[in-house]
Structures are given as C-alpha cells and as structure tokens.
Design a binder for this molecule. Sequence first.
Ligand SMILES: Cc1ncc(COP(=O)(O)O)c(C=O)c1O
Length: 494
Amino acid sequence: MLHLELDHRGALNQQVLRALKRAIVDGRLAAGARLPSSRALAHTLGVSRNTVVDAFEQLVAEGFACGRVGAGTFVAPSQWPRGVASGAVARAPRLAAYGRRALRGESKLQPAERQRLRYNLEYGAPLVSPAMQSAWRRALSRAADRSAFDYPPAQGLHALRSAIADYLGRRRGIAAAADDVVVLGGTQQGVDLALRVLVDPGQSVVLEDPCYRGTRYALQALGARILGLPVDAEGLRVERLPRAGARLACITPSHQFPTGGVLSLARRIELLGWARRHDAWLLEDDYDGEFRHDGRPLAALKSLDVDGRVIYIGSFSKLAFPALRLGFIVVPPGLRRAFAAAKWLADRGGPVVLQAALAELMASGRFERLVRHSARALLLRRDALLAGLATHCAGQLEVEGGSAGMHLTAWLPWLRPDALPGLVAAAAVREVGIYPITPYYHSLAPRAGLLLGYAGLAAADLGEASRRLGPVLAAARSSRGNAAHFGQNRQSKR
Ligand SMILES: Cc1ncc(COP(=O)(O)O)c(C=O)c1O
C-alpha cells in the first residue's frame, strides 16, 4: 500500500499533490504504475474525495500522470534522475568561490534579531521619532500618487540626486553635481559596487583595524587581500600605508568606526598624497559625520579631493533610519559610467516611490529639520549615557570616541579580553545589553572594550542602564581571576 505523508502546509489538495509528486520523483510510484483509486486514497489520507480528484487532475495537467479520472490514472513513463527529491537537498550545494567566501562572514552579520533586553545598548538600533514617522507617512503617500510606474534611471531619480548634491555642498563641504551622485541601497551596496568596479580578487586593499564588518566581509567575499592598519585617536595610522600594490583604502575619516578617532588634517593630506602617488582610490564611509556633538561638523575628506581619488559614500540609515535602505555614492567623473553600469546590473535602480518621497522631503527643507531634530536628540542621549557612566561606573571604564554619531567605546583596562563574554552574560541578567568591541578587530583586540550604542534608548533609560551596569562591573572587577569567573560563555552574535 502506498504511504503518503502530507506536509501540513497550505491547501489540502496542494498537500496531496506535493506528496504524490514526491512519491513519483523518488520512485515509490514507478513509471507506468497505476495510482490508487481516488476513493481509497481519500480514505487513507482522511481527506475528501474531491481533494484527491483535484490533486490527480493537477498531476495530469503538469504531465506527472496520464489517463482519465474514473478510468484509472497512471504515472507518466518518465525516468526521474535518482535522488532528486531527497539527496540533493541534504548535500551542501556546490558554490562558486564568491559564495563560499560570502558564507564565512554570514553568521556574524545575520540581521538585526536584536536581543530583547530592556536596556539594550546595541549599536545600529535606530533613533525613532514621531516627527520622522509622520513626515515619512505623508511624503510616501504623495510620492505614491505622483510617481511614474516605469523603471527609474539606474543612478537614481534626478530630483533626488540633485537634492543630495545640494545637501552635501551645504553640510559636508563637497562640491558635487547631480551627475556625480549614484543613489544606492545603503552603504553596503556602495561598498559592494566600489569593490566590484575597482578591485580584482587577489588585489590588496587597506582597511582600518578595527573596522566596520560590512566592509571587511565584502572584501573577504571578493577575495581581496586585506591589509589591516592600526588606528589611534587621530584615525588611520597613515605612516603605515604600504609603499606599493594597494588598489584602494577603505576609511571612516570623520568618526573612525568603531573607536571614534577623527582623521587629522595632516593625515588627510598624507592619505590623499598616498592615493595620488600610488594611483589608488580612497573609499570614504561618512556614515555619521553629520552628527557631531562637540564642535562643528568637520568637512568630509572628499571636500579636499582635488585629484578625483575619493569615492564618498553616505547613508540614510543614520540620517533617517536603516529600514529605508537608501544611501548614495559620489564618484569622480572618470568612474561615473562604470558605477552606473554596475548599479544597473545589480538591480536596475532603486525603488522609485521611496526616492521620490525622499527627494520631496529634501527639496522642501523638512528633511534637514528632521536631521537637526535627530542631532539634538542624539546629543541628549549621548550626554545621558556619559553622565550615567560617570556616576555609576566611575573608575571602571575609559570612555572614548563619543564626540559624534550614535555610539561610543568604553575600555575596561582591568579586564582580560577573554573575560568579556562573562561580563556580557552578567549584564544581560540585569536586562542590560552590552557588546564587546573584539569582533571588529581583524587582529587580536589589544584590550577589553565595549561598543555601546545609545540611539535606540531614551535618556532616562540610558541612565538606568548605567545604574544597572555599575554593580556588574564592580563585581567583575572584584572577582579574583576575572577571566576564570567571567570567561565561560561564548561571546554573543553581533
Ligand atoms: C561604519 C558604518 N558604515 C555604514 C553604516 C550604514 O550602512 P547601511 O547604509 O548599509 O545601512 C553603518 C551602520 O551601522 C556603519 O556603522
């Protein structure tokens, strides 16, 4: 007797159909064999006869069986390759080198299943404001009414590119025209396209150490040779730049990610000179340079780029929110066509309605008001976290890199780096999410430190997070051999 198993997904007739197909493909129902009568099968499966008749008819329509319902239905005389149904699924799929290399970083980047801790200091959580939500709702509905339904230009809607160029001129000191801008699906797409366009597998690329992992994993997937260079309070240690061979340097000059240093003017000049002498490119990730909490925003490295060596990437993930998946790249004129072609190949251009809504918000001035609102909210949050840490964690942490953006680093000179997972677990018991800086290094992290994001929590919650963190740090510090005590659990995913 034929034994069929239903998978309990979706409509019953489809379940019966899938079960019959599986039986045919894996050979339990041989070519030419007669199918059981619809009445008998309905009885065995506990479904109505109509359900089975329906599945039989579909089986015939798709060529898996032949005959007329009533006169008998027979499996079509096809030879199925052995093991198609089960074996192929079980074996690891054969991947190209890119696919294999992409998988190496994948487990660490899998998205934002953020820990459900009440006081989660996770970097990357967005700043959400009701003003932003309602501005977007209105802009989106207007854009949906007005947008064309055809494909957009691959580089992005002209109105948006022109608004971005205008914005960059006023806020980041960059002289760009709409034609220099390509609208992207976020920084990540900018990095991906820049690497495809400029770097071949095996070529060398300079990367800050520590660095943003989205860039590092994109380089690894491409098969580039990564040259990690240390950073300090003035950003990349440019005196360590290689004398030859590097095609590109990926940098975060306005706010080194994650340590927070700002690349000094002397180093900017040295870096631009290095690119010119070595015919190399500079990929500037200006992810949060707009949010400078102490002093005026610094102009971007791109603003000094007289030789056309800097490819500038900006993101709306921080200026607005990451769910938008919109960013942009400003490319030197000689690279425009190559970037536009790569963007076309990647996705034929970004979503029109989103681009139109953003263009309208920017042109009307509302976008900049929202950015200023976010900047004020971030400053309040940063100050609340600094004050909380100073009050409740005094003497336990050395705070650095909080002069811009949405995060700061907190070093724990008294803790062994391998004891961080235990500290993370102890903080989680008190509902506080803290995150080691270790995964951002390609080399061994020189000391224990935390990357603390503050955009996603209100000022009062940041104070409470610090209040809860204080005793956790004190307990870790006073426990003898803190590595032995705190080092048992493995580090968390992000
Ligand atoms: C250093 C850095 N670059 C870029 C981004 C933004 O990436 P995307 O625009 O792909 O959201 C982030 C976000 O966390 C970041 O930390």
